[in-house]
Design a protein around this ligand. Structure first.
Ligand code: ATP
Ligand code: MN
Length: 431
């Protein structure tokens, strides 16, 4: 019977076949220990007589690292380790023996070498674990939204207008229509959709021609945008923190083997509970000054500032109500201070940096129209967006979560490039 390694616990004492790859081998001609992986997990196969015939011993000898195989044998609980199973092998069917030596060995490799071999590097244990966590984060996000009345609305990737500032747009020539851009966020379209469905989210590739060479910026990343009608600033932050907690709980529930491989300290994780810390931008600047930062009021927070703001907090920190001057045109002006907007950035603990950016959106036709004009945006491209404020306008808010930022935070990956299968960075589009 073919099984997945993840189900081995249900087959102790039975003879089963697993289909996968041999990623390591120890032993001599008398006994071989095959380290097997099949994508669902890892298992050791012990190849020794009498269970293994001379033919099977020979097949084991022939296998080199990363050869593909079907291995048959009896499943046994590991004598020492809990929840670990091994196989007493009595059959090996070789599917493919590597034609050349596998380029990624156990010795240390530099990042460039690994990125050039990303198609193979993905097989490494840590990379495997990170992709599994990524998948669980995606599931947690879908489940959270569906439980809370949001539906998924797919927004377009080819767009004629900018959302987050024209300097980071990728341009494309579009037939006779002129230049269009790869989407920086589906937000504007979601705002239209919620006037139909009330609450919506999208989750897809997002493009920013960022010239920033940091450990937190990709040029192509996956963003989840959410938008909700009748939700104002405070309630939006409550939704955001509940979503983050739902993600953390899910990863703690489903990813313990992966987190173990990643040597992730679980203690800080377990402390992530609502309510998250809330600091206004003004309070944040004061706090930073008291901690020795020379940031000026009106500047964006740098990496070091974000670190200082979260260093004494067990939970992520909202920095909200930023100066209008440095934020996009669509954010709603703070009713208590016309210089500020009702927005929030959520900064993760443990060096995670900004993982969410959100705001209440301007719902007054006149104010939004003035903002579009002031920004020098082409009015005609935004008329449909302005229309939303003409017909049954409602207060509404939304936010965008960067999937790779969250995965980097949860896995404590050194660089964001490890959190996406095939990273696109300023200087890398291959493989
Ligand atoms: P930053 O200041 O860190 O560049 P931003 O203010 O440009 O971020 P938003 O426009 O608010 O980010 O986008 C929403 C979310 O998308 C961010 O909170 C972040 O999680 C993610 N994000 C933004 N830009 C990138 C990028 N270049 N690579 C990966 N994730 C990103
Ligand atoms: Mn940015």
């Amino acid at each position: 019977m073919n099984i997945l390694i993840q189900d081995a616990k249900n087959h102790v004492g039975q003879e089963v076949t697993i289909r996968g790859w041999m990623y390591n081998k120890r032993g001599s001609g008398k006994i071989w220990f095959l380290e097997l992986r099949d994508g669902s997990g890892f298992m050791q196969g012990v190849v020794a007589p009498p269970a293994a015939s001379p033919d099977v011993m020979q097949a084991a000898e022939k296998l080199v690292m990363e050869s593909s195989v079907k291995v048959t044998g009896k499943v046994a609980a590991h004598p020492k380790f809990k929840d670990v199973y091994e196989m007493q092998v009595n059959g090996i069917e070789i599917v493919h023996v590597c034609e050349e030596e596998y380029p990624i060995s156990k010795k240390e490799h530099g990042p460039d070498f690994l990125l050039n071999n990303r198609h193979l590097w993905l097989r490494s244990r840590k990379q495997w674990a990170i992709q599994r966590v990524r998948d669980v984060v995606i599931q947690a996000v879908y489940d959270f939204f569906h439980k809370n009345g949001f539906i998924k609305i797919d927004t377009p990737i080819l767009t004629p207008n900018a959302c987050e500032g024209a300097t980071t747009l990728f341009e494309i020539e579009y037939f006779d229509e002129g230049t269009v851009y790869l989407s920086q966020s589906g937000q504007l379209y979601l705002e239209a959709a919620i006037m139909s469905v009330g609450r919506a989210f999208d989750f897809g590739p997002t493009f920013r021609a960022e010239k920033s060479k940091t450990k937190r910026h990709l040029t192509e990343f996956w963003m989840m945008d959410a938008e909700a009608a009748f939700v104002e600033h405070e309630e939006s932050m409550e939704i955001q923190e509940s979503m983050i907690c739902a993600i953390v709980e899910r990863v703690l529930r489903d990813c313990l083997p992966e987190l173990t491989i990643l040597e992730r300290n679980l203690e800080p994780f377990k402390k992530i509970k609502t309510p998250f810390t809330r600091l206004t931008y003004t309070e944040a600047i004061e706090k930073l000054h008291s901690l020795g930062s020379d940031i000026k009021f009106g500047e964006d927070l740098g990496n070091d500032d974000e670190g200082l703001l979260t260093q004494d907090s067990d939970v992520p920190v909202f920095v909200h109500k930023w100066p209008k001057a440095i934020k996009p045109f669509y954010m709603k002006t703070d009713p208590t201070n016309p210089e500020l907007v009702c927005n929030d950035d959520l900064i993760a603990t443990e060096g995670g940096g900004e993982i969410i950016g959100g705001s209440q959106r301007e719902d007054s036709y006149e104010k939004l129209k003035a903002a579009v004009e002031k920004e020098g945006l082409k009015g005609t491209e935004y008329q449909w967006y302005l229309d939303l404020r003409k017909y049954g306008s409602v207060p509404h808010s939304g936010f965008g979560l960067g999937l790779e930022r969250v995965v980097r935070w949860l896995t404590q990956a050194e660089h964001i490039r490890e959190t996406i299968p095939f990273p696109r960075l300023m200087e890398r589009v291959r493989p």
